[in-house]
Design a protein around this ligand. Sequence first.
Ligand code: NAD
Ligand code: MG
Length: 383
Amino acid sequence: MQQAISILGSTGSIGRQSLDVIAACGIRAAALTARRDVTELEAQCRRFSPALAVLTEEKAAADLRIRLADTSIRVAGGQEGLLEAAVLPEADTVVTAVVGIAGLRPTLAAIQTGKRIGLANKETLVCAGELVMAEAQRCGAEIVPVDSEHSAIFQCLQGCQDRGEVKRLILTASGGPFWGKSQAELEHVTLADALKHPNWSMGAKITIDSATMMNKGLEFIEAMRLYHMPPEKIAVLIHRESIIHSLVEYSDHAVLAQLGAPDMRVPIEYAFTWPGRGPAVAPPLDLAQIGTLTFALPDDGRFPCLPLAIQAAKRGGTATAVLNGANEAAVERFLQGEIGFLEIPRLVEKAMARIPVQHSPTLEDIFAADEAARACVNGLVLA
Ligand code: NAD
Ligand code: MG
């Protein structure tokens, strides 16, 4: 079991659930960070007494510094503060729970100190997965996925000595709030409808990604990078109940699955306790009460974000950073009420068509591709 944990994005959905887990397991908090939520971060600091608290918005950090003046907690601000939290020597594990490509630099910094990464921030692997995994290997940093599907696969791979024996990774997908809706109905869905996920309570960006199925596309790429699998060996299966979190099919057609109540505290806890297991934080699974589990194939026609992501994965290079940057910009516009739901895949597709792919990119090439994709989407929205 790990002893002290830093949480990047501690006021968010994954961040707060990570704090539940460390409280239940008796693990200390080393650093806690957020963007601007002073009140929530102050409350967390008073409860968990980290060595360092960071708000990336400088004004908010100045406010927090005043509020915590009666404690010994150090307060920092800005991107430098976030990077400092990522490498704080007191922590042996860092949970990356910020949203989007903003997680890339701090995740790399934490990896370079050889810490275990509890990886929630999937966008990091989508944009720069090959670089990040190579750096983790070089620095001896363990990357343990927090994303429930990837944690399920990680659990189903325990004891597998030879990855050549894996025939397929099968990612399950709830289908989100709009599964089964017609194209005409999808034209008119609202932001409020999109924010209502049937099974999970999550941050706004990933909730919209779940509604478009881009979340499964990002997870497809995340699985390729984490497990060094080609796209042909990854499949997606709609499973509305979110009880089977994912499956691994082996060469002999044995299929292993990991099941549990839809509660992120299970994969979060496993990222801390692996290769062991800790106490129960999430409720038990009652299969007799659930009764039936259902499965279907994805609907690529009505949810084009998943095939777009697979296309980007096959192109490789900066294509996945373009996909991600375009999606981040489009989702932001949708959250601001500036575009309709179906504009999200249309904008991503246009950005992918317009921005040339660069192969074997450096980190700076990846950031440039991200910028180009955002500029393209923002330009198209304003046009
Ligand atoms: P959230 O919006 O609830 O929380 C995000 C946290 O990061 C907050 O503390 C916020 O202050 C901070 N933050 C956001 N943007 C930032 C920035 N630019 N710089 C610094 N700090 C920033 O998000 P969430 O739902 O907890 O998701 C976090 C990450 O975990 C995402 O990458 C998401 O895809 C992934 N994830 C989430 C879930 C889930 O159940 N919520 C499941 C799997 C994976
Ligand atoms: Mg997931």
